[in-house]
Design a protein around this ligand. Structure first.
Ligand code: PLP
Length: 323
């Protein structure tokens, strides 16, 4: 079976669909970050996107591309949090009913927000059950369209609009660091980088405990891992998608990993120095740069995507005081 990989044309179409709906989020700089790295660092703040993460981009683009008939049948998805909220909000804006399959242990704030947007939530045990199987079975029974969190052409295209905006706003970059779970954001970002800044080296950054992406890139095929434990709850995916890996293996320079303590230091940096609330997963890209995992040359122009800011306040207080 041949698969059709998304292209930059799909990202352009997504940016038209998202115009006036998604926020064009700000790009922020920090003298401290520049001093720490010797580089010129540009942070694309998608923690300030609608519903608090870049996932709104892909979810809205995917639902907007459904036929009227598909929209009437509704949308089904599985997610550890942000994709769920994104689908719920996009469904509400587009008048489409949504059902979300979520892990029992997903953060309370994410579950509550998803239900507030009007979605129906179905729980599962992520240590025992396979969410793909549950989703496919429900889909068969109900006729709803399944929009997965990353391995979907319109989702990847939507996620690519964040890097597109960043590159349009600041010009060409030497490096682009992207948080990595299942690879929707990384694949989309790589499409935009290749089109708008062809010499830019694009890196994915994932939690050390869940380095399936790194293993996959080194091995040349999608590697599956056991459920990892990390505070980066939006990047606990067990394997990359066929579409995301197809793009990543062609256009991504390498995949790096960071530890939970490195994420904690980075979260504190954002709170203290930049007055930004960033969730652990949203710190992945920045942690690789600020903690020296990826050394860059003096004066290099480095883009970092801050992917989300949805963190349970009680957990956040704990994270900030643990460092
Ligand atoms: C989903 C998510 C990621 C990972 O995105 P993928 O497209 O699955 O790689 C990173 N950060 C946040 C905040 C997320 O919600």
């Amino acid at each position: 079976m041949s698969i059709v990989l998304p292209t930059y044309e799909d990202v352009i179409r997504a940016s038209e669909t998202l115009k006036g709906v998604a926020h064009r989020t700000p790009v922020m700089t920090s003298a401290t970050a520049d001093r720490m790295t010797g580089a010129r660092v540009f942070f694309k703040c998608d923690n300030l996107q609608r519903m608090g993460a870049f996932k709104f981009r892909g979810a809205y683009n995917a639902i907007a591309n459904l036929t009227p008939e598909q929209r009437r049948a509704g949308v089904l998805t599985f997610s550890s949090g942000n994709h769920a909220q994104a689908i719920a909000l996009a469904g509400k804006l587009l008048g489409v009913a949504t059902t979300i399959i979520m892990p029992q242990d997903a953060p309370a704030a994410k579950k509550a927000a998803t239900q507030e947007y009007g979605a129906t939530v179905v729980n599962y045990d992520r240590y025992k059950e396979n969410r793909d199987d549950i989703a496919r079975e429900m889909q068969k029974k109900t006729g709803m369209s399944l929009i997965p969190p990353y391995d979907h052409l319109h989702v990847i295209a939507g996620q690519g609009t964040a890097a597109k905006e960043l590159l349009e706003d600041v010009g060409e970059l030497d490096y682009l660091l992207v948080c990595l779970g299942g690879g929707g954001l990384l694949a989309g970002s790589a499409l935009s980088a290749q089109a708008l800044s062809p010499k830019c080296k694009v890196y994915g950054v994932e939690p050390e405990a869940g380095n399936d992406g790194q293993q996959s890139l080194r091995k040349g095929e999608v590697v599956h891992i056991d459920p990892p434990r990390s505070i980066a709850d939006g990047a606990l995916t067990l394997y990359l998608g066929q579409l995301t890996f197809g793009v990543i293996k062609q256009r991504v320079t390498d995949i790096l990993t960071v530890t939970d303590p490195q994420l904690l230091s980075t979260m504190r940096f954002f709170a203290e120095r930049m007055k930004l609330v960033v969730e652990p997963t949203g710190c992945l890209g920045a942690a690789a740069l600020l903690q020296g995992v990826l050394p860059v040359e003096q004066g290099a122009r480095v883009g970092v995507i801050i992917s989300g800011g949805n963190v349970d306040l009680q957990a956040y207080a704990g994270f900030l005081t643990q460092v």
